[in-house]
Write a protein that binds this ligand. Structure first.
Ligand SMILES: C[C@H](O)[C@H](O)[C@H]1CNC2=NC(N)=NC(=O)C2=N1
Length: 92
């Protein structure tokens, strides 16, 4: 199990456009087409399965919200940062 990151580590490692909210890191990806958002959520799910690290995925008409935390560790770990980076790389 990954170790919890310090506040400074989180600030340093958080990818651009991601925000920290308490014990989670969060980003909203906006889409002007609902089904593009649905397909994006599918892609995130596939990454999550490959990493065996699962975000909360909220699909809205305007976009998709991704919320990451490490449940077993009880906060934010390298696993969450890595997931955010992988999602970013697939989105760009
Ligand atoms: C038993 C536990 O649920 C599994 O080891 C994995 C599955 N996916 C997971 N995803 C997240 N976000 N945090 C976890 O601690 C986690 N644990």
């Amino acid at each position: 199990m990954a170790d919890l990151l310090s506040d400074e580590e989180i600030d340093d490692q958080l990818p651009d456009a991601w925000e920290r909210e308490d014990d989670e890191i969060v980003r909203v990806y906006e889409f002007d087409d609902y089904l593009r958002g649905v397909n994006f959520a599918q892609m995130v799910g596939e990454i999550a399965e490959a990493q065996f690290h699962h975000p909360e995925i909220i699909i809205r008409y305007s976009g998709v919200e991704i919320r990451l935390t490490s449940h077993e560790a009880g906060g934010i770990t390298d696993d969450d940062i890595e997931m955010a980076e992988l999602i970013e790389s697939e989105h760009n």
